[in-house]
Design a protein around this ligand. Structure first.
Ligand code: TA6
Length: 297
């Protein structure tokens, strides 16, 4: 299947019309076009029309890669890092096509801190990242591989794939999350921490400002709205975040007007606690996004 690499963007095209576009900047998937059950090709990810795609700041939309910290850094080794870490605002390398057959095509991008003084100056750890993006007719997979390349030091990190799923925010629901413990970042405690709660709803909506970090989540999420449905299957990511700012989104500089009405973020991650890799150990976080036919509902 055709793979194009030009001007900092990798484009994969499936013979049935599906297509994915990846910026080398942040290894950010900025477009995933896939057919609906009726066959019409649709954009499945939201990217704000005010998003900057020139590498001057992380993309507001698509699938930003969050590593080695989620949110404001808390780990002693992360304190010099920006919110959500540096993976999403560093230029990755295209490392080639790793699979290409009639079912789909996979490409690999890599990030080695030795190539980026901007990383090694604030995070002097030895590690190697690779990100494998696979396009099939109705599916998009993105796998983050982390290797601790140090001969002696351990590596502790958080990781998350920040999916902006194109959907009507006032009609979309996410399940199954009922019964899970979660932390509500919209209701900070007196100490400024997110409030601990248990999800009582069978179907979670984002009709109001929502910023929920679900712990020990099932790893399979149905995102459903009247005109469509996407399933996310995740491995290695023990938690999942659901976010939509609603009118708070007006305070986000690169959020288009009312852009918050056009997406829900459902973000598989390892964000409560830290993954700890001993020297030479590896870790993988994987997700598969699948377009569902409405007959599944
Ligand atoms: O994943 C949800 C979240 O952590 C929210 O708290 C909000 O900050 C969002 O990420 C976007 O963060 P960003 O740094 O991209 O503006």
């Amino acid at each position: 299947m055709p793979t194009q690499v030009e001007q900092g963007t990798v484009t994969l095209t499936h013979p049935k019309g599906s297509r994915v576009e990846i910026l080398l900047y942040g290894a950010t998937v900025i477009s995933w076009i896939a057919p609906s059950p009726s066959g019409s090709l649709q954009e499945r990810l939201f990217v704000s029309s005010k998003a900057l795609l020139d590498g001057s700041k992380p993309v507001r939309g698509g699938i930003p890669v969050v590593f080695p910290c989620f949110g404001a850094p808390t780990h002693p080794e992360h304190l010099k890092l920006a919110q959500h870490g540096f993976a999403r605002n560093t230029i990755w390398k295209f490392a080639g096509v790793v699979m290409d057959n009639e079912a789909g095509v996979s490409v690999k991008l890599t990030l080695d801190p030795i190539d980026h003084e901007s990383i090694s100056s604030v995070y002097p750890k030895k590690f190697a990242l690779s990100y494998v993006v696979t396009l099939a007719e109705h599916q998009l997979s993105t796998d983050l591989h982390v290797e601790n390349t140090s001969p002696s030091d351990s590596l502790e990190f958080q990781a998350l794939l920040h999916n902006y799923i194109s959907s009507p925010a006032d009609e979309v629901s996410i399940s199954p999350l009922q019964g899970l413990s979660f932390y509500d970042k919209t209701e900070p405690t007196e100490e400024g921490k997110a409030k601990a709660k248990v999800e009582s709803r069978d179907k979670v909506d984002v009709k109001k400002f929502t910023d929920s970090v679900y712990e020990n989540a099932p790893g399979r999420y149905n995102i459903v709205w009247p005109q469509g449905s996407i399933e996310i299957k995740a491995k290695g990511f023990k938690d999942v975040v659901v976010w939509n700012p609603q009118e708070e989104g007006a305070k986000i500089g690169d959020m288009e007007t009312q852009g918050w009405k056009k997406y829900v973020c459902v973000e598989p991650g390892y964000v409560r606690g830290f993954v700890k890799l001993e020297p030479q150990q590896k870790w993988t976080g994987q997700q598969v996004l699948t377009i569902q036919s409405l007959t599944h509902l």
